[in-house]
Design a protein around this ligand. Structure first.
Ligand code: GCO
Ligand code: MN
Ligand code: MN
Length: 388
């Protein structure tokens, strides 16, 4: 295999403990893989060539661990990370697994649940900071409803704001230097989740006390479940300086949350995504929030993890070829040309507006210009399908 398709630390490929450690339980069937410890997962990630491991608090430390157990687990985990050359770039908190979160966490109606959720998150921030994490993801999987009779949705927005503001202050107080990355999802496990898309979060963030500390963590599967073009959400986040993290996986539209291997389903969409991340110079982690098919054993889990990274690197190479393709580039150049003398819109000025108002646009002539998108798309398909 050419060297360029081997994962290296500089590619910043990361996996969650919950992803490669996923044991294949689903709502209809039990575990198919034996449990493996966080230390074993780190060893596996080292073996396949990953750079980072991410975790929820309780992926590593049981929810009611005594202080001595906590310390031992963290110590062993840190040692394993060191020995296997794995870093912890991101930490997060489980605000969905324990039954106490049946009505949500930060947005729950019971103030005790809201208090516990904030306390649990502060402790998860302590844990992540100890492991060196600089990004803290908040995914509100249970922040939603089956029936809107239980609370007004704007009340939920206010509660969410209050919680995030509180956590930002804690971050400052402790000097952790975290950036928070908010992850949207339209549904599952709730019938409807508040903040259903990345766009919702991009609207919410400027209303916070410390908007500079908070960005987004868009996930391929989640925007695809919502029927949206994932790339467009990512691009908007990037353009606003808010792409703090990204969850890569794949998803067939109109299904439950599948968490498929990156690049296994919508190759063209994944291609344009990788091309975008590489073109703009996104330098954050490439985190695979996916898991292996339920049919696999742990050898298959390694195939899955290697596959995510390999597909990313193959698509990165394809993006280079696309950018270097002369015909593609000449079509793109032609598309943006205007006839000589056409006034540009640009920034408003009285003089510019007068020129624009006075200009006679020749619509018949403009319509004659070819927009060869069929050819452009076929060239894209050629680039993707021709051998590396
Ligand atoms: C999901 C989510 C989660 C989150 C994770 C980090 O659909 O289950 O994508 O995997 O990314 O909980 O907070
Ligand atoms: Mn997901
Ligand atoms: Mn995710």
């Amino acid at each position: 295999m050419p060297d360029q398709f081997q994962p290296k630390p500089e590619h910043k490929f990361s996996f969650g403990l919950w992803t490669v450690g996923n044991r294949g339980r689903d709502p209809f069937g039990d575990f198919v893989r034996e449990p493996i410890s966080p230390v074993q997962i780190v060893e596996m990630l080292g073996e396949v060539g990953a750079w980072g491991v991410n975790l929820h608090d309780n992926d590593l430390v049981p929810i009611d661990a005594a202080p001595a157990e906590y310390e031992r687990i963290v110590k062993d985990f840190k040692k394993a990370c060191k020995e296997n050359g794995i870093v912890v770039p991101m930490a997060t908190v489980s605000l969905f697994f324990h039954p106490i979160f049946r009505d949500g966490a930060f947005t729950a109606n019971d103030p005790e649940v809201r208090g516990y959720a904030v306390q649990k998150t502060m402790r998860a921030m302590d844990l992540g900071a100890e492991l060196g994490a600089k990004t803290f993801v908040l995914w509100g999987g249970r922040e939603g409803v089956e029936t809107d009779s239980c609370r007004r949705p704007d009340e939920a927005v206010k509660r969410l704001r209050e919680a995030v503001n509180y956590l930002c202050e804690y971050n400052i107080d402790k000097g952790y230097g975290y950036k928070f990355a908010l992850e949207a999802k339209p549904n599952e496990p709730r019938a409807d989740i508040y903040m259903s898309t990345t766009g919702h979060y991009l609207g919410f963030i400027p209303t916070l006390d410390h908007p500079e500390m908070v960005g987004v963590n868009p996930e391929v599967a989640h925007e695809t479940m919502a029927g949206l073009n994932f790339l467009h959400g990512v691009a908007q986040a990037w353009e606003m300086g808010k792409l703090f993290h990204i969850d890569l996986n794949d998803q067939m539209p109109g299904r439950y949350d599948q968490d498929l291997r990156f690049g296994s389903s919508n190759i063209k969409a994944c291609f344009f995504l990788v091309k975008f991340l590489e073109d703009v110079g996104y330098s954050g982690p490439r985190h695979f929030d996916a898991h292996a098919y339920r049919t696999e054993d742990y050898e298959g889990v390694k195939d899955f993890a290697r596959g995510c990274m390999r597909s990313y690197l193959l698509l990165k190479q394809k993006a280079k070829e696309w950018n270097a393709n002369k015909e593609i580039q000449s079509i793109l150049r032609e598309l943006g040309k205007a006839a000589n003398g056409t006034p540009a819109v640009g920034k408003y000025s009285k003089k510019g507006a007068a020129a624009l108002l006075g200009y006679e646009f020749n619509k018949d002539q403009i319509l004659k210009k070819r927009l060869p998108y069929e050819r452009l798309d076929q060239l894209t398909i050629d680039v993707i399908l021709q051998g590396c």
